[in-house]
Design a protein around this ligand. Sequence first.
Ligand code: DAH
Length: 344
Amino acid sequence: MKTKLEELKNQAIEEINKIHDLKELQELKIKYLGRKGELNTIKRGLKDVPPEERPAIGELANKTAAEIEQTLSQIYENLYRASVSQKLEAEKIDITLPGDYVAYGKQHPLTATINEIVSIFYRMGFTLVEESNSPEVETEYYNFDALNFPPEHPAKDTQDTFYTINAPNLLLRSQTSNSQIREMEKKMPPLRVISPGRVYRAETVSSRKNNLFHQVEGVMVDKEVTFGNLKGVLNEFTRQFFGQARPTRFRTSFFPFTEPSAEIDVQCIICSGKGCRTCSGSGWLEILGSGMIDPNVLRTVNIDPEVYSGFAFGMGVERLAMLKFAINDIRLFFNNDVRFLDQF
Ligand code: DAH
């Protein structure tokens, strides 16, 4: 029996060492150590062994079982390790590879410029006009007449302004100034509002002019609002928008709805004031119109000019964005060429 056990052990270990997978391992385990396995078959012959030899043989049987068990678990561990590293190898990723490019949307430079302008005025206490007070399809009255334009003003000509064919006095607004009138008509001072929006002009399209562009209108009305307030607010705006390094100047001007009127120029970004084609040799570029609201306009919206005064301003968004980002063609804003838009 002793030799049988020896042989069994050797045979088992030899077979175990040859296996390839966990399934075979399981089969061998049953074959040798299972309830009906070979070891038990041999052990059943223990009853035929003389009693004095039984303990030694029994011990040997247990030892044999332990050795087979140990070989099995060693092989099990090897197989398990191998399968894990095979899996890791198969699922390996190269974390040093560059990632896939994912195109994501960006704010359009005009939107970004409008947002910046609006936030500068927010910080000075201005709020947005109600959207319903700033329509793009407007009547002649709000776009011109209420703003003190004389009946024969050239801007009212169809050469400059798009009229609709739906009604004789309906047009696409040529300026955001219509929103001043609508806002002042509905609200009493103190008023401090701005209103960004689209405006339309019947012009020949060029690198400097487009039929559609954007303005931001502003108006402040209260008791004792002075030209000093106008200057303070607009100087602060240009300082924040362009930074201290870029000089600006106030220049007297004329608008039908303000008296006195002033335009603000910023030093030409192309030639830094030396004079070039962009600034027609003057060294300056106009960025906004402004002035003290004409008493006639206040009377039209039933605000008493003896009690209240105010200032207003209007700026071209494309113009400001072109100066800030050194863009030389207004049409770039509207072509939606991703190579252009991607730069912002
Ligand atoms: N509406 C004028 C334009 O389109 C700009 C402007 C000038 C607006 C003076 C104003 C202002 O409110 O006071 O050229």
